[in-house]
Ligand binder design. Structure first.
Ligand code: NAD
Ligand code: MG
Length: 387
């Protein structure tokens, strides 16, 4: 039977690439829900093409506009309730929303015993203890779309990341546009420079996160949550060519890696078709044409967000939620020109100083932690902006 697919965040970088994968695999997937927060014209265009049963917008004021533009068979919903309904209905939900706003999709898809194709790392890392509970729902599966975690998932091939034979997970990082730069030379970087990623074309938030190495920090916590590997056994290595997407080192000395050209359609297609593989290739390598592969240590003193993330991950509880929320506030402020690039790490660090032990026992506690961290981070941003 053709699986039904909900693509939440369908107008973004991952959302559009998901539709491209589906276009190139005719009759294999049935698109039943689409959602976006902005780009309403593009959302309408997509809905006219795919004729989903449900379209979800973020602003109540957009509901009437979208409903008027679509045929009577498409229902238009709004916000978290709409996202939850989509995730409960579809066999596969692709969570391509950016930030904490993706939480309802992650929780609802797993709680309904469905397949979650997860690009939205923020929901997993902030809600890890809560996600862990719904993950065991009968029929539920969580397949990572993040390229590094898709690589590790393939290297582990069904064994747990805490298995005694796993010595360590090695996440690769491109290093971003500022690799090799000193902290002093980074004080004056512009938004445009931070958005010029050398190997991947992605949405603005994750591109800025790649420039600070916060993206890699979030991915370390994501790897811990997905595979259960202790933090001491998760390493990061900078690999500027973005060909080796990550590796697993085993106790007998073997290291297994997954390689391809950087193309997110490969992990998206993997998560859609698992345990089968798509018939169409994306990113396949011609080794004779491949450039030299190089590896180096991350510069942890200049890119402080990496260790801030390790620290929050080790604290556990609501600490990753505080880290992620503070980072979202700081990145928004940077993109809007209110703070400098160098202040992003400072804002996250200062906000985390206000975190106190919180085991994160419920969704309400998580939403409260997110709100507290945002409020604190906004105060710190305001202080930065005036100095
Ligand atoms: P993007 O900014 O290009 O797209 C985000 C999508 O989410 C858009 O459709 C937008 O309308 C929607 N959205 C934004 N705010 C929303 C809100 N408050 N409520 C509901 N919908 C909202 O982002 P992206 O680069 O596609 O990234 C999406 C997620 O995938 C992120 O969590 C990112 O870390 C992860 N990811 C992306 C890539 C990539 O190559 N782009 C790679 C790995 C992981
Ligand atoms: Mg990644």
């Amino acid at each position: 039977m053709t699986p039904s697919v909900a693509i939440l965040g369908s107008t973004g970088s991952i959302g559009e690439q998901t539709l491209d994968v589906i276009d190139q695999s005719p009759d294999q997937f049935d698109v039943v829900a689409l959602s976006a927060a902005r780009s309403i014209d593009r959302l309408i265009e997509q809905a006219r093409k795919y004729r989903p049963r449900l379209v979800i917008v973020d602003q109540p004021s957009d509901v009437a506009t979208v409903a008027a533009a679509l045929p009577g068979t498409t229902e238009v919903a709004c916000g978290a309730d709409g996202l939850t309904a989509a995730a409960e209905m579809a066999d596969i939900s692709v969570n391509a929303i950016v930030g904490f706003a993706g939480l309802p999709v992650t929780m609802a898809s797993l709680a309904a015993g469905k397949r979650l194709a997860l690009a939205n790392k923020e929901s997993l890392i902030t809600a890890a203890p809560l996600v862990e509970r719904v993950r065991s729902t009968e029929g539920a599966s969580l397949i990572p779309v993040d390229s590094e975690h898709c690589a590790i998932f393939q290297c582990l091939h069904g064994i747990s990341g805490s298995d005694r034979s796993v010595r360590r997970l090695i996440l690769t990082a491109s290093g971003g546009p500022f690799r090799g730069r000193t902290a002093a030379s980074l004080n004056e970087v512009t938004v445009a420079e931070a958005l010029a990623h050398p190997t991947w074309s992605m949405g603005p938030k994750i591109t800025v996160d790649s420039s600070t190495l916060m993206n890699k920090g979030l991915e370390v916590i994501e790897a811990h949550a997905l595979f259960g590997t202790p933090f001491d056994q998760i390493d990061v290595v900078v690999h500027p060519q973005s060909i080796v997407h990550s590796m697993v080192e085993f106790s007998d000395g073997s290291t297994i890696a997954q390689l391809s050209h950087p193309d997110m359609r490969l992990p998206i297609g993997f998560a859609l078709s698992y345990p089968d593989r798509l018939a169409v290739p994306f990113g396949s390598l011609d080794l004779l044409q491949a450039t030299t592969l190089t590896f180096e240590s991350p510069d942890r003193a200049t890119f402080r967000c990496l260790d801030l993330a390790y620290a929050a991950g080790r604290l556990g509880g609501a600490a990753p939620a505080w880290l992620s929320a503070a980072n979202e506030v700081a990145v928004d402020a940077f993109l809007e020109g209110r703070i400098s690039w160098g202040q992003i790490a400072k804002i996250v660090e200062t906000t985390l100083d206000f975190y106190s032990q919180d085991p994160l026992s419920s969704i309400d506690a998580l939403i409260a932690a997110d709100a507290q961290s945002r409020e604190r981070a906004r105060t710190v941003v305001a202080q930065c902006s005036t100095t």
